[in-house]
Write a protein that binds this ligand. Structure first.
Ligand code: HEC
Ligand code: HEC
Length: 383
């Protein structure tokens, strides 16, 4: 590859210079013949020279045709070889699926060289910097979401193991979901997060933006076979406590480990050396009560593997107790109400154990569905 990129342009220049030189000689000969044709003395005095020139002309013209044809076929062979090398390299970069291994994001080279590269890049930017497009000063539809970016909850634009990633979206959607009681496509699922986590309006499923988000999410599952959910997908499952999660203890965790970025009032402080802010954890700019993070197990799983910022599943910072308690504290603070209470979970027996809104198919109090202990509820439904 490296030799091609240097060698070929130089070779092209040399060939082109030779062709131009020959063409100049050819037109010189033509000019001479033309003059000779009009001048009888020249014609009579140089018959042999004129015959030689005629043959030379024939040789030069043939040479030109050969050079041009040869050049074109060399260029064609070279570019198809390059295409083949690219395809081989791409094929080598698609990871082999291994259900025992924590799944990682595909190599970015695969996105850059994809036929759909522009859409994938736009989708990634929409997810990483959602405010730039839909926030107060947004370029696409200003003022139509809260103060969050998708990436605040789907870390590294949805590509971090146990960072609420999108690795299993393409492989498991369309999916029958208990929350809506319907078969949900990827755009429908994306709009769920627009209406709940982003507390905003859904976007047109045929829009350029939705197509880009879907293209990016699809690309992220490169190498994941249909129906498979790779290890490390979504969120961590934090072991249950045998007591209810405690907002008062959670408040202490919050003050010690969260307030330095999210602010003592939970509204998010300005980021140092950046025009952006840390995201708010509650209040009108945060996710509403219909969002996934409003369920304690989702919140605990999210923070366990990702917070304080910099934590990962290999390097967790919070104990299980701290994760559950801080979840109880944050989700006890005020936030926008549930806009779909009457539509969600049409079959109430499908409500998850930590869905904090009755009625339920069981007799556990709503308080226990919100804070736990959850093991007895899970055991009840297993029976
Ligand atoms: C406040 C946090 C938050 C924000 C912001 C957010 N999401 Fe989500 N999203 C979640 C949670 C939580 C889940 C469900 C995870 C689970 O149940 O395991 C989820 C699930 C999803 C899923 C389905 C994943 C799967 O494997 O089934 C998609 C797709 C998705 N979100 C896209 C988006 C997009 C696109 C945006 C921005 C427009 C966004 N989300 C913003 C929290 C958020
Ligand atoms: C060092 C700064 C820092 C600390 C400390 C920190 N966070 Fe975060 N938090 C962030 C950043 C940055 C994001 C957004 C991540 C991104 O966009 O990549 C975030 C996002 C979040 C989100 C999802 C977005 C939202 O606003 O709902 C939650 C929930 C969250 N943090 C909870 C916590 C909790 C709980 C703690 C304490 C245990 C904590 N964070 C400590 C920086 C921090």
């Amino acid at each position: 590859m490296a030799t091609n990129t240097f060698y070929f342009p130089v070779l092209w220049l040399v060939v082109a210079a030779i062709v131009v030189g020959i063409l100049a000689v050819i037109s010189g000969i033509h000019f001479f013949q033309h003059t000779a044709a009009k001048n009888q003395t020249v014609r009579e005095k140089t018959p042999r020279q004129l015959a030689v020139l005629k043959r030379l002309l024939w040789v030069l013209e043939t040479l030109t045709v050969l050079l041009v044809a040869g050049g074109i076929s060399a260029w064609y062979i070279d570019s198809s070889a390059e295409k083949k090398t690219l395809a081989e390299l791409r094929a080598r970069l698609v990871p082999a699926f291994d259900p025992a291994k924590i799944w990682e994001a595909p190599d970015p080279y695969l996105a850059q060289t994809d036929a759909n590269a522009e859409m994938i890049a736009y989708g990634r930017d929409l997810i990483a910097h959602t405010q730039d497009y839909f926030g107060e000063q947004g370029l696409v539809r200003p003022g139509s979401i809260n103060q969050l970016n998708c990436q605040n909850c789907h870390l590294d634009a949805g590509s971090k193991p146990f960072g609420n990633n999108y690795f299993a979206v393409e492989s498991t959607y369309p999916k029958m979901r208990g929350r809506s009681g319907t078969l949900e496509t990827i755009p429908r699922r994306v709009n769920d997060c627009f209406e709940r986590s982003m507390n905003g309006k859904p976007i047109d499923t045929t829009s350029h933006e939705m197509q880009a988000i879907a293209a990016y999410i699809r690309w992220l599952s490169t190498g994941v076979p249909k129906g498979e959910k790779p290890k490390g997908t979504g969120l961590m499952e934090v072991p249950f406590l045998d007591r209810p999660a405690d907002p008062a203890r959670g408040q202490q965790v919050f003050a010690a480990q969260c307030a330095s970025c999210h602010g003592a009032d939970g509204q998010g402080l300005p980021m140092p050396d950046s025009p952006r802010r840390y995201p708010p954890l509650w209040g009108p700019g945060s996710y509403n009560q219909a969002a996934g993070l409003f369920r304690l197990s989702r919140f605990a799983g999210y923070v366990k593997a990702n917070m304080p910022f910099g934590a990962s599943y290999q390097n967790t910072q919070l104990s299980d107790e701290e994760a559950w308690d801080v979840a109880a504290f944050v989700n006890s603070k005020p936030r926008p109400e549930h806009p779909f209470l009457n539509q969600d979970w049409p079959d109430i027996s499908k409500k998850p154990f930590d869905h904090p809104f009755g009625p339920y198919k069981d007799t556990f109090p709503q308080e226990q569905h919100k804070f736990g202990p959850f093991a007895p509820i899970v055991a009840f439904y297993k029976k």
